[in-house]
Ligand binder design. Structure first.
Ligand code: BGC
Ligand code: NOJ
Length: 807
């Protein structure tokens, strides 16, 4: 069942009912000011950090779901309703929500009144603009009252939900004209405040939540809009809100447009006050002036659109498959940008309080956004590498505000260092900026202890051979990509973190996944060394890769697939000899990506085993059989009920590894089948089962052992976005930036005949035509001349290269 449709022309998903199976959200903002908004106007906004600078309050895990947002109420005679359906849930005669690139528009009508609300964060400004147009669609003149409503969060989102003895006393506002200022704690150490403004004179206002709602009422029973009488309340302690009341008189057919601005201002300390105790409003007024007319809003929206045109213009395709086109051209890239902005901080599943930036996550995200914002990718790389330790290991997370490693989580996830090589490699292949390797980068953020970025990569690489276990395979440490395979944890105590507890100390537990990743990242490292002319080092590194591949084919092989690990006691995991967890997905995908077993035929056997044991109707599950009981020697993976998360869920992040592996073997149809099983646009028709947004990936879909097989969770902030983008663009479409040229090596299913691709990088536009005839081989021409192999060299001069690939 569908709940909307794609409007590809406008790059929007159009939701046709407010009653989606879960709140379907969008993100506003791409620089410093961000908002999350659902299709019923729920959500919140923040400046830079969702924990420490949260502007508006939101209730996670509440009943009903999605409580708190930017709400407007219409009082039309005896009828009071909310145009976003929630919170009043009055029947609407018309409803539509359009989530676009950085904006959301909700339109609805009731009783002859139409309301359209457009919400976005303008480029270069720290605010949300809410433009509300009210139309009299009836035959008679009428006057309605329009109420706005936001509830302020007292800045620190965690404190806001826990420290009530203090924060029920601190709330403060100032009211000036049509602007309500939220100045809680401005009197002391905060140099920032928020405001909510409307470009029209007020019939009244409210700033105290109890006065607006009534103490025992929810947002849907707010007494001020129900009565139509604003109370001009002034918040003092308790819960500051901002609500404007406007009288809107409309002739038949007439529309009136109001511009609301929800803004954030920081003042230099010496300019904090305009008079004792009065906040200096100069900067707020400048922001208000920038958006005081619909024409200004229109212009800002145009700028936002142009920004997205540029971001999404680096790789576009026309394939004849509209779902593929919309994933590649629009939504997969959009989600990659959101993961760049948010990391794993704020979604409807990540509360914006808990997690920093992951070392592994951030490097992987980079693979999906480097082509859109290469300069920002460069900065991100330096930030990440600066947290690395001298021995090559890494803090698992770092804090976005301080950019320092997070001591609470610490280090010891032994795959982490390798992802840095992949991130840096992707950046250099995209930009040609090999000079980044000469940058001096600190260890553990110590400016007195630095080395070149190349040296950081060397330490990342060497960290693997320096930490081998009894079988010659990489030691797993706390965990590898699978944060839940905790082989040294042995936790018997609830409340202990599986990720940071190590109740047994040993150097036995080994990971075949890291071995595969070592091959994949190692090849990238060797290519960089060769490019730098460091042939001796390249050869040495290559030797270690060859050795690791040989160890894998011997000790890492179970007969029909790659083993997953050796545990603390040296027993195999992911082996036919195990009772549960006989086969895991990760090493099958990653080892083949690293090239292990391709020649010996083990790669093919491993992938055939994936098909046989792990494939399901809704995607490839992580392992089989699922763990049915808690295994203390395995950790968190066995804590989940069968079919969920790492315990045999369909982890959408590792499915593309198998897709890529299948393309390595040239098996286009199978790669395609796996790709389309989890790509959201292809799941639109089963939105009732899948439940998450059909325009973005979710981290997990419940596996075949789960009660709710096919139901997804944790949409938006997941490495799934980047890796699926890599899989579809670089391996299915086969367009991949290499150090010396653009590789064009598609592996497309039979039904896709001809694809045109535009790829812009390094100042060059590649106009590519793929003629897919299923030959399995690739014949390329560039500007009419035959190309030797599948890499079209970057032109020395010239801005456009026309490439034809027959395959
Ligand atoms: C989740 C993992 C996640 C980890 C992060 C676990 O509870 O299952 O998916 O990577 O937490 O700390
Ligand atoms: C989510 C984490 O963000 C990611 O780093 C990890 O690899 C997966 N979960 C699998 O555990």
């Amino acid at each position: 069942m569908r709940f909307g449709h794609f409007d590809d022309e406008k790059r929007e998903y159009v939701i046709e009912t407010p009653k989606t199976p879960y709140p379907w959200i969008n993100y506003l903002g791409s620089e410093s000011f961000f908002g999350l908004v659902s299709n019923t106007a729920g959500g919140y906004c923040f400046y830079r950090d969702a924990r420490y600078r949260r502007l508006t309050r939101y209730r996670y895990n509440n009943v009903p779901v999605d409580e708190g947002g930017r709400y407007f109420y219409i009082k039309d005679g005896d009828d009071t309703w909310t145009p976003s359906w929630r919170p009043m849930k009055k029947e609407l005669e018309r409803y539509e929500c359009r989530h676009g690139m950085g904006y959301t528009k909700i339109s609805s009508a009731r009783g002859g009144v139409g309301v359209e609300t457009l919400m976005f964060v303008p480029v270069g400004h720290n605010c949300e603009v809410h433009q509300v147009t009210v139309t009299n669609e009836g035959q008679a003149a009428k006057t309605v009252k329009l109420f706005s409503f936001v509830e302020f969060c007292l800045w620190n989102a965690l404190d806001d939900m826990t420290n009530f003895q203090q924060n029920f006393n601190t709330g403060e506002v100032e009211i000036e004209g049509s602007t309500i200022y939220h100045v809680t704690e401005y009197r002391e150490r905060r140099d920032h405040y928020a405001f909510y403004h409307v470009n029209a004179p007020l019939a009244g206002f409210d700033t105290d939540r109890h006065s607006f709602l009534g103490l025992y009422n929810g947002f849907g029973e707010a007494q001020v809009p129900l009565s139509g009488e604003p109370r001009n309340s002034r918040a003092s302690g308790w819960h500051p809100i901002a609500s404007h009341c406007l009288d809107v008189a409309l002739a038949p057919g007439e529309s009136k447009t109001f511009v609301f601005v929800l803004g954030y201002v920081e003042n230099p300390r010496e300019e904090k006050f305009s008079a004792p105790g009065v906040a200096n409003k100069t900067r707020a007024k400048a922001l208000i002036d920038a958006f005081s007319t619909p024409a200004q809003v229109e212009e800002a929206l145009g700028k936002l659109r142009a920004t997205w045109d540029a971001l999404l213009g680096k790789l576009t395709i026309k394939s004849g498959d509209e779902k593929l086109d919309r994933m590649v051209n629009i939504w997969n890239q959009y989600q990659c940008m959101v993961t760049f902005n948010m990391s794993r901080s704020a979604s409807y599943f990540e509360s914006g309080i808990g997690r920093g930036m992951g070392f592994r996550d951030s490097n992987q995200d980079l693979l999906g956004f480097v082509h859109m914002v290469p300069e920002r990718a460069r900065e991100r790389i330096i930030d990440i590498a600066s947290t690395q330790f001298e021995d090559g290991s890494a803090y698992h997370q770092y804090q976005p505000l301080t950019k320092r490693g997070n001591n609470d989580i610490g280090s010891g996830f032994n795959d982490d260092p390798l992802w840095l090589i992949l991130g840096v490699g992707a950046y250099i292949r995209e930009t040609g900026d090999i000079g980044i390797l000469d940058e001096q980068v600190p260890f553990d953020n110590d400016p007195n202890n630095t080395a070149t970025l190349l040296e950081h990569l060397k330490r990342s690489f060497d960290h693997v051979p320096n930490n081998l276990g009894p079988n010659g395979l990489p030691l797993i440490g706390r965990a590898d990509w699978n944060d839940c395979l905790n082989l040294n944890c042995f936790s018997e105590t609830p409340d202990e973190s599986f990720q940071t507890t190590g109740n047994k100390v040993g150097r036995t537990a080994e990971s075949t996944f890291i071995a595969g990743l070592f091959l994949l990242a190692g090849k990238e490292y060797v290519a960089l060394l060769e490019k730098l002319g460091r042939n001796g080092e390249a050869e040495q590194a290559s030797g270690l890769l060859t050795k690791m591949a040989a160890v894998m084919e011997d000790k890492g092989w179970d007969g029909e697939w790659f083993l997953r690990a050796y545990d603390f006691f040296g027993e195999p995991i992911g082996s036919n000899r195990c009772e549960e967890g006989k086969i895991f997905i990760e090493p099958q995908g990653m080892c083949v990506m690293g090239g292990i077993g391709v020649e010996s035929g083990k790669a093919k056997l491993a992938l055939d085993s994936v098909k046989k044991h792990l494939d399901s109707k809704y995607g490839i599950v992580l392992l089989q059989p699922a763990y049915t009981t808690y295994h203390v020697k395995l950790g968190e993976i066995s804590s989940y009920p069968p079919g969920y998360k790492e315990n045999a869920g369909i982890f959408c992040h590792n499915n593309p590894w198998v897709v890529i592996a299948e393309t390595e073997l040239g098996r286009a149809d199978r790669a395609w089948e796996y790709y389309t099983k989890i790509a959201p646009a292809y799941l639109e028709d089963i939105s009732d089962v899948h439940r998450m947004e059909p325009y973005v990936y979710a981290q997990m879909i419940a596996g075949k052992d789960a009660v709710n097989h096919g139901e997804a969770k944790n949409s938006w902030l997941t490495g799934t976005a980047a890796y699926n983008y890599v899989a579809v663009t670089q391996h299915i479409l086969g367009i991949r930036a290499e150090l010396d040229g653009l590789r064009v090596k598609p592996c497309l299913p039979k039904h896709i005949g001809e694809v045109s691709v535009k790829r812009v990088l390094r100042g060059v536009t590649f106009d590519i035509t793929i003629k897919n005839r299923g030959t399995g081989s690739h014949k390329l021409t560039a500007d009419g001349q035959p190309v030797d192999g599948v890499v079209v060299p970057y032109p020395a001069t010239g801005k456009t290269v026309r490439v034809v690939c027959e395959c």
